[in-house]
Design a protein around this ligand. Structure first.
Ligand code: GLN
Length: 397
């Protein structure tokens, strides 16, 4: 099958091997039925930045499915497949899961091998799982997890039985989550969040309380710094990663009489507008005169965000927040306003900066479309504690 990352530069590219995650699915008997649409190289939040197609949201065909892994989320929501993979660099599994009303799981950085995944921002990229239930997403996570010598950042941590743990779980008790400490992140319910999303999140918190959880409000003081830091780091890493698409080593080549011209034309015609913008921003941030002001500063913010999460997770088993500030919006609505689109990633990017696992699952509907629009709840856990997220998520749903 071709692997294009939804980019013209890889339009007819056929990879010579399977990614480790795909290989593992096949080894477990899974059948790969297709590849799905996405924002070019994972850069976007709507799947509109694909060079090939626009993907609609199955709940309302005039709305976006989210992104960048919008095709994977839409395919599960439309029941075209049972589970799917996506990549989550700053929320690209969790936000489309929220917009499409399915479960989206972002594992801990290092839990799933990135070998064969096309790199966007290597210190943030994670392969994630979609399913229509928590158990389905857990089963897929089980299939793809584990150490891989072909990815130097993959972890040797034991992989628990994500797929069978649900069988032994008794969710018929009246308080199956008794004593589980849940921190509701205060900064995620402030201005800029739609009222319907806010009330669905608060209702989810009450539901968790009814199941026995102890819910308290927690504060992550550096929360709002995450978004600008993320865009500096992600653009910087992508400008470096995407230098491999030079028209010589991979993908499409535009012939020219001089080598630099060949690079220029191949990249100029191969990359779409959003990708070019990210490469320019990243190159700028990494340039000698600006490195300290942007890239280094963003890495310092990253440390603050990690510390905030650590402090909050020292006193809580999981943290909760909305998965996105709004439900799915109209196709075209934010296409010409990249900053408004970037702002929609505020709930998810910090989790990537800290490398933590998180799951998004449907928690309500807001008005819109023919039958309402889904809203997702995000649950964030400590590193390598996906098991707790799956357990709490399964009982919650
Ligand atoms: N929307 C974010 C971005 O454009 C996140 C993308 C992702 O997770 N791949 O960078």
């Amino acid at each position: 099958m071709p692997s294009t990352a939804a980019s013209r530069i890889l339009e007819h590219y056929r990879p010579p091997f399977d990614a480790t995650a795909v290989k593992k699915i096949k080894e477990m008997g899974g059948i790969v039925v297709g590849k799905t649409n996405m924002d070019e190289f994972g850069m976007g939040s709507t799947t509109e930045a694909s060079a090939f197609q626009v993907t609609a949201n199955p709940w309302d065909l005039t709305r976006v499915p989210g992104g960048s892994s919008g095709g994977s989320a839409a395919a599960v929501a439309a029941r075209q497949c049972m589970v799917s993979l996506g990549s989550d660099t700053g929320g690209s599994v969790r936000q489309p899961a929220s917009f499409c009303g399915v479960v989206g799981l972002k594992p801990t950085y290092g839990r799933v091998s990135r070998f064969g995944l096309m790199a966007y921002a290597s210190s943030l990229d994670v392969i994630g799982c979609f399913g229509s239930t928590v158990a389905d997403a857990g089963m897929l996570l089980h299939a793809v997890s584990g150490y891989d010598r072909f990815d130097s950042t993959s972890s040797k941590q034991d992989v628990p039985e994500f797929d069978t743990q649900f069988l032994s779980m008794d969710s018929f008790e009246s308080k199956p989550l008794k004593g589980v400490r849940v921190g509701l992140i205060r900064e995620t319910l402030e201005e800029g969040v739609d009222s319907g999303v806010r009330s669905a999140t608060q209702e989810a918190a009450s539901h968790l309380e009814a199941l026995g959880c102890v819910v308290t409000e927690v504060s992550l003081p550096s929360f709002s710094l995450g978004l600008p830091a993320y865009y500096v780091i992600a653009s910087s890493e992508s400008s470096s990663n995407l230098s491999r698409y030079d028209g010589v080593r991979y993908g499409n080549q535009v012939m020219a009489d001089e080598l630099n011209k060949l690079y220029e034309c191949s990249r100029g015609q191969g990359f779409g507008g959003e990708v070019k913008m990210r490469i320019l921003m990243g190159t700028y941030a990494l340039s000698a005169g600006y490195y300290d002001a942007y890239y280094k500063r963003a890495q310092q913010v990253r440390t603050l965000i990690r510390k905030d999460f650590k402090a909050a997770l020292d006193h809580n088993d999981i943290l909760i927040s909305p998965a996105a500030p709004s439900a799915a919006y109209k196709i075209g609505e934010k296409k010409d306003d990249p900053l408004a689109m970037y702002a929609g990633d505020i709930m998810t990017v910090n989790v990537n900066l800290a490398g933590l696992p998180a799951i998004v699952l449907p928690c309500g509907l807001v008005e819109g479309g023919p039958s309402g629009l889904p809203v997702g709840l995000q649950m964030i856990g400590a590193a390598f504690d996906e098991e707790k997220l799956l357990k709490v998520g399964h009982i919650f749903e």
